[in-house]
Design a binder for this molecule. Sequence first.
Ligand code: 3EB
Length: 347
Amino acid sequence: MFGTLDTLKDGALSALYLPADELPAAFGLLEERGLGVVGFAPDKPFSLPQPCVQVATPQIAPKEVLVEVWLGSGPATGGETGPISWRCDGNHLFGALQADIAVAEADLRGTAEQAYGAVFRCLAEQGYPHLVRVWNYFPGINRGNGNRERYRQFNIGRQEAFLRANRAVTGALPAACALGTQAAPLTLYFIASRSPSQPIENPRQLSAYLYPPAYGPRSPSFSRAMLLQSAHQTAAFISGTASIVGHESLHPGDAAAQTRETLANIASLIAALNREPTGVGFTPADFRYKVYVRPGCELEQIEWELAAGLPDAAELLFLEADICRHDLLVEIEAFGARSPKAQGATS
Ligand code: 3EB
């Protein structure tokens, strides 16, 4: 059901979800083309040549423990720049950082600013200036009242780092997600590229970087999706997407309705991707989905809505995480790619 090794395309950036116990068998491939490996279990179950990130968002489903593997478009090399370990293939760079938990607990704003500062220095030094996608995780995302809330503090620090690096804080921003964990330090991983990608916004939603001050003194620095073009593929990163229309959270307390609204947002984003001159007729079947579910929230009705709203073969990974607004119960992100041969196809 999940990507297998024989589906790999040369020259493409790809994400695979492998059973954790199949990693040793894939070692040769990972050594050559692996950019990074992401696990969702509490321990680091493997030691590999590339950055290995442990994200403290426990896997809920499927039952088989999976790891997320990013493969580059060709032979990969790696290194470390400050607190970032990275690997790159000449087109894309995958990097990961885990900040010190004590620092993160005391001053999330400062930690976020330092973390993003380290990312930007790494990108400048390695020559991959364009941030395409960032995954952000830290404990207690909803803790703290009003503008002391940790997600809002994170947004201040993140935007401050963009400004200090002379980067735009509207428009050309990476796709992203920001989720709350029960423990573990601020954990961040990202994909950057040598050439720019196309940011895509969702007509159903106000751009997050334009959210009014009611959601915090500094807006979140991300775009709704990124369209990544190369000679070998067109890929799209859909940011964490939730039951937000305009700037308001809808359907508080109703996980099924939130899931339907989120799917409507994703459908609207896919339509927006396809309206781009470089868009390629993406369908929901081209994507692989990660579904974050708030702890204590019933999985069944979310699964039912996804089964009703997505193609039969849709690949879903369910993870437990706090969502960045206390009234949201579910958030869904997606990655998809089409090869030039498939481009324009109607299937
Ligand atoms: C939202 O649409 C829901 O702060 O990086 C989604 C994706 C969300 C990314 C981020 C937050 C982020 O506002 C939350």
